[in-house]
Design a protein around this ligand. Structure first.
Ligand SMILES: Nc1ncnc2c1ncn2[C@@H]1O[C@H](COP(=O)(O)O)[C@@H](OP(=O)(O)O)[C@H]1O
Ligand SMILES: [Mg+2]
Length: 258
């Protein structure tokens, strides 16, 4: 299957998940439970999970799906085999607090652990960021807009920086320790921060808090397709291994920033 075929096959599945999430969001009447790690989960997370896992099983029956919400029912993935990493609703805290920045993340990891293809949907905006193999685009109700490769940031140009809304202090300290000139700091939940780099709204996303593979694989694939990077604090690209989903701390940036 080509990248375009994969994306076209996934699009109606993600749009169905988006509709299910928005139906719960706009009803304003949902029950929130705490998961084992104390993070919230709602019926929107579960509905999206069911739609995405069923849709992916049909689209690519040979590729196992690892979804954040599949607690206790994760497939066994052999080393060296590709797998999907899915976050049916990333940014649940913002969803629950009605802050609009939440996403659906669907990333495809290859047998070497590299994020090869990504689909990041922003339900309230009706926009999807899709990319892989050096090509990336945005889908919205007006059609398809190609994303141009990102040019290198000029040295010493003040940066626009994104970070999680939840814990800000460490990232702000990291920026000052690295003497990076900062023009704007913006805070948001979810993989929307990767989409902002891809479309040139911010230059850098600093993440010094825990994340899991399904929070980052899709966004990383989209960013790689426009020439941006997601690297550990030691500078190596984030990789994904079956059965070991916590990520190290990382920074995502357009070329030339670090
Ligand atoms: N202690 C922890 N361990 C693992 N992942 C964590 C975590 N705290 C937060 N996360 C991850 O970070 C995401 C939130 O990041 P952000 O603040 O940038 O939106 C959460 O996504 P969910 O909202 O899908 O649970 C969750 O996956
Ligand atoms: Mg998440």
């Amino acid at each position: 299957m080509t990248l375009e075929e994969l994306a076209a096959g996934l699009r109606p599945v993600v749009e169905e998940a988006r509709a299910a999430i928005l139906a719960v969001y706009h009803s304003g009447d949902f029950h929130t439970e705490a998961k084992l790690d104390n993070s919230p989960v709602t019926e929107a997370d579960r509905a999206s999970h069911r739609i995405l896992t069923a849709g992916l099983a049909k689209l690519t029956p040979d590729i196992p799906v690892v979804s954040e919400e599949a607690v206790g029912t994760r497939p066994t993935i052999k080393e060296g085999h590709p797998f999907w990493l899915v976050d049916p609703l990333d940014g649940t805290k913002e969803f629950v607090r009605r802050l609009d920045n939440f996403t659906i993340n669907v990333g495809l990891v290859d047998g070497e652990g590299v994020a090869r293809f990504g689909f990041v949907d922003i339900p309230v905006e009706g926009r999807s960021f899709v990319g892989g193999q050096g090509r990336a685009w945005v889908w919205d109700e007006t059609g398809q807009k190609l994303l141009a490769p990102l040019g290198a940031a000029s040295p010493a140009e003040p940066l626009r920086v994104a970070m999680s809304r939840s814990h800000r202090g460490q990232a702000e300290e990291w920026l000052s320790d690295h003497h990076l000139p900062v023009k704007d700091l913006v805070y948001a939940g979810s993989a929307i921060k990767f989409a902002w780099i891809a479309e040139g709204r911010v230059d850098l996303y600093v993440r010094l808090l825990p994340t899991m593979g399904w929070d980052t694989a899709a966004g990383q694939a989209v960013l790689n397709a426009v020439g941006a990077e997601v690297v550990t604090l030691e500078g190596s690209p984030l990789r994904y291994r079956p059965g070991a989903f916590p990520n190290p701390h990382f920074v995502a940036s357009r070329p030339g920033v670090l």
